[in-house]
Design a protein around this ligand. Structure first.
Ligand code: HSE
Length: 452
């Protein structure tokens, strides 16, 4: 038999199943990518999934726009609830976003026995526990690869690829918009606002861009990864969130001079007392691979006890990369649709009756290193005062630089790097430093991670 004929031959398995019928809720940036990938790679996808995957109905409020994309190849409706209740739909793809309507739609889909594929990190981080519980009762799957880091298969890696490991920590650049802004500020010396506008015009930013720049979007994604890594429930409300809007060119430059790059990192770590769950600007040694993840790209470091550090890199936003993850979920769900629910991969990687109640630690209990910058009057005794306050708080100094004063300026910047310290001790030292008469204004505090 000729090779070409062989490759197009359907197996008995494949031909015995009808196409999977998919209802797509929302055909915007990601939805149109899903439509395109499914059509472009239909044959390969069918060979992988074992049966065809067809979007049979699309719901979008912008009906005319939706029609212009599907060109008569799927039904178009304005009411998404019609789709989640339809007996003619097997899998629902939720790409509407937001928390309220999206939650009602997901729960209604589950109630009607549909499997749900979603890219909605906000929904899962805040209502995931409720949705997974409902799905478990109904014996349906919720798949959410696209919710974290767009096209990077990080959920698959954490839940399946690293299943042998005790995961120690995850540190990720998981918001493309803020990473793009930081890269533009550093490379081109652009002001924050200009870089943000550029990211928005490229379609990377969330509908509410404060979610990107204030770390909320990253905290949603981190909450999901933390749950899967450690087998804990979603606890977004306990995540510490600090964004990049207060970072200055000065700190970006000083960090570079000291051999560090500032990145917005989502960090979750298992320590003796509990789980750290925090998003904040972080100094990372420039020589680490992750420090060189630039622009809209995402990069996630995962440290497992057996495998050691592993790094996942790729496009974390955008139409086609996110569609890549959505369609991979469609293939997964299609393959497992006839399996007994208890033989499927658990939603949060651990068996639902074996979840851990290890607490998420308050930020004051977190232990890390710090970059501290302060402006001081250049006169004798200033350094002695600073170092005494730090020593009293058990904070050890790793490096210290006093910058040259500007021409005719009597005040100078001092930059300190500390060894690992407890956050609440650092906070109390900063309060004391700010009260010194020789210190002008506020202390800038940025956390530092060696990522070893
Ligand atoms: N606004 C997000 C980002 C999109 O910038 O990474 C992907 O979740």
């Amino acid at each position: 038999m000729k090779a070409a004929a062989k490759s197009s031959m359907k197996s008995g398995h494949e031909s015995s199943y009808k196409p999977i019928r998919v209802g797509l809720l929302g055909i915007g940036t990601v939805g149109s990518g899903v439509w395109e990938v499914l059509r472009r790679n239909a044959d390969e996808i069918q060979r992988r999934a074992g049966r065809a995957i067809d979007i049979t109905v699309v719901a979008d409020k912008a009906i005319e726009h939706a029609r212009s994309i599907v060109k008569g190849k799927a039904k178009v409706v304005g009411d998404a609830f019609e789709v989640v209740r339809s007996p003619e739909v097997d899998i629902v793809i939720e790409l509407i976003g937001g928390y309220t309507v999206a939650r009602d739609l997901a729960l209604e889909a589950v109630k009607n026995g549909k499997h749900v594929v979603t890219a909605n990190k906000a929904l899962l981080a805040t209502h995931g526990n409720q949705i997974f519980m409902a799905a478990q009762k109904q014996g349906v799957m919720i798949a959410f690869e696209a919710a974290v880091a767009g096209g990077i298969p990080i959920i698959k890696a954490l839940r399946e690829g690293l299943a042998a490991n005790r995961i120690e920590w995850i540190a990720g650049i998981i918001n493309g918009t803020s990473n793009f802004i930081l890269s533009e500020m550093r490379d081109k010396g652009l002001p924050f606002e200009t870089a943000l506008k550029d990211a928005q015009s490229r379609g990377y930013a969330e509908a509410d861009p404060t979610f990107d720049i204030e770390g909320v979007d990253a905290a949603h994604k981190l909450t999901i990864m933390s749950a899967i890594a450690f087998g804990i429930p979603m606890q977004f409300s306990k995540a510490y969130t600090e964004g990049i809007s207060k970072l200055t060119q000065e700190d970006i430059r000083y960090a570079e001079e000291l051999g560090y790059r500032i990145k917005l990192l989502g960090i979750t770590k298992r320590v003796k007392a509990g789980i750290e769950l925090r998003v904040h600007p972080t100094l990372v040694p420039t020589r680490r691979l992750i420090a060189n993840v630039e622009g809209v790209m995402n990069g996630i470091l995962v440290k497992g006890d057996a495998v050691g550090p592993t790094l996942y890199y790729g496009a974390g936003a955008g139409s086609m990369p996110t569609a890549s993850a959505v369609v991979a979920d469609l293939v997964d769900v299609t393959r497992l649709i006839t399996a007994d629910p208890e033989h499927r991969v658990p939603h949060l990687a651990f068996q639902p009756d074996r979840m851990s109640d290890i607490p998420v630690l308050p930020m004051g209990e977190v232990e890390t290193s710090y970059y501290l910058r302060m402006r001081v009057v250049d006169k004798p005794g200033v350094l002695a005062d600073l170092t005494r306050i730090l020593a009293d708080a058990s904070i050890s100094i790793e490096a210290m630089v006093q910058k040259e004063p500007a021409e005719g300026e009597s005040k100078v910047d001092i930059v300190l790097l500390t060894h690992i310290a407890i956050e609440k001790n650092v906070d109390s030292a900063i309060r004391k430093i700010e009260k010194l008469r020789t210190v002008v204004g506020k202390v800038t505090r940025i956390r530092l991670e060696a990522l070893l």
